[in-house]
Design a protein around this ligand. Structure first.
Ligand code: DX5
Ligand code: ZN
Length: 225
């Protein structure tokens, strides 16, 4: 199944409730929440307080992308705020396996994200039964919305999809950064089944058209792995 995850970073922060309702009505399944600490990435976004406020206004699945240096320290506050999955960066921590296990022990699904310079095989140890619930392959350098997709990052999606399939696993692979209605087909073809799109969905007058374009791409292109 294809999941479409608009990134709140591109929403109108003066009227989040209306903007979230708009993307929900357009057919999105997830709300992608980019948490940035100004340390792991050179930008600051929002934290658990904002997430818990918007939790009351939508039933969308809260896909929390932690671009922070100490994910474990804040995990409980994001769970309490209403996160449905916590994804942390492989590059942010010394022992990603221990962090993943500690998050999973809190009975919340855990994803692992890799930035463009991190090779695909870095996440292979986390792929298997009882391990990561999702792999997030960044298609831009983390930190800012509105950048252009780096096509080489899709090669990593292909490798990770192939690795998971060899083990008979139906792994969730998310791509994030510069994704729009036009390039969604390439992401899907590479093996992604969760598409994050900030600017392309929040900043258009017709989010439903973009969502439909993405869903069409999924119908038409089986995985070429
Ligand atoms: C970048 C974030 C992305 C970003 C996507 O660090 O992780 O989720 O908001 O925004 P667009 O789709 O505008 O590139
Ligand atoms: Zn993100």
């Amino acid at each position: 199944m294809l999941y479409i995850a608009p990134s709140l970073l591109a929403a109108d922060f003066s009227d989040l409730k209306t903007d979230i309702a708009r993307v929900e009505a357009a057919g999105a399944n997830y709300l992608h929440l980019d948490v940035m600490d100004g340390h792991f990435v050179p930008n600051i976004s929002f934290g658990a307080g904002l997430i818990s406020s918007i939790r009351r206004s939508t039933n969308l699945f809260f896909d929390v992308h932690l671009m922070i240096s100490n994910p474990l320290k804040y995990a409980d506050s994001f769970i309490k705020a209403g996160a449905d999955i916590l994804t942390f960066h492989y590059e942010a921590v010394k022992d990603p396996m221990a962090v993943m296990q500690a998050i999973k022990e809190k009975e919340i699904p855990c994803g692992i994200a890799i930035s463009p310079k991190t090779p695909a095989d870095a996440v292979y140890p986390f792929i298997g039964k009882g391990l990561a619930n999702m792999i997030l392959v960044m298609t831009v350098e983390p930190g800012f919305g509105g950048q252009s997709l780096i096509p080489e990052c899709l090669d990593k999606v292909r490798l990770i999809r192939r690795f998971a399939m060899q083990q008979g696993l139906d792994l969730n692979i998310e791509v994030d950064g510069g994704i729009n209605g036009e390039n969604a087909a390439y992401c899907i073809e590479a093996g992604a089944n969760i598409l994050v799109a900030g600017s392309a969905i929040f900043k258009t007058k017709h989010p439903r058209v973009v969502v439909q374009q993405m869903r069409e791409a999924y119908k038409n292109k089986p995985f070429l792995v």
